[in-house]
Design a protein around this ligand. Sequence first.
Ligand SMILES: Nc1ncnc2c1ncn2[C@@H]1O[C@H](COP(=O)(O)OP(=O)(O)O)[C@@H](O)[C@H]1O
Ligand SMILES: [Mg+2]
Length: 287
Amino acid sequence: MSPADAVPGVPSPAARPRDAEQRPGPASPTPKISVRGLRKRFGTKQVLDGVDLDVMPGTSMVVIGGSGTGKSVLIKSILGLVTPDEGTIEIDGRDILRLPRGEREATRARIGMLFQNGALFDSLPVWENVAFALLAHTRGRPRITRAAARARAADILAQVGLSPSVGDLSPAELSGGMQKRVGLARAIAAQPDILFFDEPTTGLDPIMGAVIDGLIIDCVKRLGSTAVAITHDMASATRIGDRAAMLFGGRIIWEGAARDLLASGNPMVEQFTHGRRDGPIQMELRR
Ligand SMILES: Nc1ncnc2c1ncn2[C@@H]1O[C@H](COP(=O)(O)OP(=O)(O)O)[C@@H](O)[C@H]1O
Ligand SMILES: [Mg+2]
């Protein structure tokens, strides 16, 4: 699928809601995260084709979009796991792609991430997974002792509803829901001021999904973090998000209040959020 094919019906850049002219003026608070003109291509596939997105401090943004539209690539670009081809990514008003390496890494160390597949280290017990960032070595020395890290891991496990004994298990011994809780515990361990969640409820039953969403909301509130969650679970999107944005054809084609997702007035968003086969989005079916 070439990028040109991918965007029938996508408004021209001039009609997009998030024009450069609409950037917050000096009176508005600086966005926690501000992405402009982000482009990333893999081979011939233009995955991100000019993404513009602002996330205001202390708010939660949900990013929706079909499989393979580049949602994970977008947050991996902010995290530094993917290098974009073009564009800017500002955190607290500073373009992290152009910061000196040390400052860039320090900024990214303030981001906690719950990966799509949990991404726990199977060779480490749960408590070491949770305390991983705390045990990370700075200038050759761990930041805290192992005993202190272990006690801290028990506290953090309690915050996601797990008993300290779970800390001694291996990730492979846990159910899917428990693995998500441990992934969440690891994401919040260093008390980050930005949290990313990549499809936190995918693969869980609806009740466990609601439990995980509840924990996510509690953790984000407790830390006062700014959050970005990727999901295609509409129940989850409206629970977690204050704002929502839809990625399609490499761009953000709609942004609004998360509570409006089911009645946004945008035909592409409504086709997606109501799961309709017929509508303006047809490329995925023709492949
Ligand atoms: N490291 C990579 N190398 C090549 N292609 C990639 C890489 N990462 C992602 N892609 C491609 O980019 C597209 C978007 O991927 P992704 O962001 O994971 O989608 P999703 O919206 O489902 O999270 C997919 O076609 C995927 O195959
Ligand atoms: Mg993904």
